[in-house]
Design a protein around this ligand. Structure first.
Ligand SMILES: [Zn+2]
Length: 398
């Protein structure tokens, strides 16, 4: 195990202190529970990967914080994260906004939106970039590589710029123009591919041949993104609870389930520390049935075909982390088509919120859950609005 706990990195614009959380003592498979020393394992748990059932890892902390107070220096929630100090653009601390009119329309006691579009590059991905790129600096990686055609790409490019790291992004040809411009402005290199698998293979080669640090998963069947980045999403749960929002339900637009798992992980540890009294039910909102089919008995490692313009949550795979997050919290999955997502977007716009199309799907999903009796009139629901809307070129429906 690398014993370095703190390094100083000279970037192009800043000198960063990268400080590991001294309580980070290992990694654990979320499925078979096998433990490993702190290291970078691109396929998740090697044991589960060998058996063809890939599974994510999570960080093992020697002690959980017993308090909800944020740190006075470094990352606010550093005591709950792999890195207590590192690269930052002041991500997180996004507002929770009460939507009382929409709550009445949907028939719930209270409705809150956590607006992740208020992050520095406009999406929740900044939380992953901060922790993930701090990890890359800690292990001396020369560059970052990832496969993304949207929010993760822009976020990684920005954080690499400020960290002084080279950034290469494997994208689709039809990457929306606002994202292309952002990559150019941040100085990231864009490599264009036609097929998803080709992007992943490119990432693999960069890692294996050049020692690049992969910020996204590239294994088949899929697992979540690298553990150090995913842990960054734990802060979402901490912020909600600190501000007094412990809802009965949390609805999360979901593709691979990084955000969903991070929120679950944070809430689980808050519950075991006695800092909250109940676990909210987590709901994965998807553009067509994927996890819904797995929960009904389909094989998790299947390919799930479907078309959508909710491109932030597109994709044909399901990961174990999203399945476990909804099962352990008593939630589930809700599929929302593009037209209903667009109607949800309009409902949020009526409250002055302009978010990406898949965030609108949360509104439709809540309506479905209300109709099915999974959400009751006496309940409080929280929607995770994953990104701002002004660069989403697909929100024209409806
Ligand atoms: Zn395992």
């Amino acid at each position: 195990m690398n014993q370095i706990s703190s390094v100083d990195v000279e970037g192009t614009t800043h000198t960063y202190s990268i400080r590991r959380n001294p309580a980070m003592v290992g990694l654990r498979c979320i499925s078979c529970k096998r433990e490993y020393p702190v290291q970078d394992l691109s396929q998740g748990c090697p044991s589960c990967a060998d058996q063809g059932t890939p599974s994510s890892l999570e960080v093992v902390y020697s002690k959980s914080p017993t308090s909800l107070f944020g740190a006075s220096s470094g990352y606010r929630w550093g005591a709950w994260l792999p890195y207590t100090q590192g690269v930052s653009l002041a991500e997180g601390n996004t507002p929770c906004i009460d939507l009382s009119r929409l709550a009445r329309q949907l028939g719930v006691r209270r409705l809150t939106a956590k607006h992740e579009g208020m992050n520095p590059t406009g999406s929740h991905k900044d939380r992953m970039s901060a922790q993930g790129i701090s990890r890359a600096l800690d292990v001396g990686a020369p560059s970052i590589v990832l496969a993304s055609s949207g929010n993760a790409a822009v976020s990684a490019a920005a954080y690499c710029a400020v960290a002084g790291l080279r950034c290469e992004v494997a994208t689709y040809r039809d990457m929306p123009e606002p994202y292309v411009r952002a990559l150019h402005r941040f100085g990231a290199r864009r490599v264009v591919f036609e097929r998803s698998m080709d992007r992943w293979e490119h990432v693999r080669q960069k890692v294996e041949r050049e020692g690049a640090f992969a910020l996204t998963n590239y294994s088949v069947p899929a697992v979540g993104s690298p553990v150090f980045g995913v842990e960054g999403y734990r802060a979402v749960a901490l912020e909600c609870v600190t501000e007094g929002y412990l809802p009965d339900h949390i609805l999360v637009p979901t593709s691979r389930g990084d955000l969903l798992w991070g929120v679950y992980s944070g809430l689980r540890d808050l519950l075991s520390a006695g800092l909250i009294q109940h676990m909210p039910r987590l709901w994965a909102v998807e553009p067509f049935p994927r996890l819904s089919l797995v929960l009904a008995g389909a094989r998790l490692q299947s390919e799930f075909a479907g078309q959508t313009v909710q491109f932030s949550i597109a994709g044909s795979t399901v990961t174990l982390q999203q399945k476990l997050a909804v099962e352990h919290s008593g939630g589930g999955a809700v599929a929302v088509n593009d037209l209903d997502a667009s109607k949800g977007l309009s409902a949020l716009a009526d409250h002055g919120l302009w978010v990406e199309l898949c965030a609108g799907s949360c509104v439709a999903a809540l309506s479905t859950l209300r109709r099915k009796g999974q959400v009751l009139p006496s309940d409080h629901a929280l929607l995770l609005l994953t990104a701002k809307g002004d660069r989403d070129t697909f929100d024209f429906i409806g």
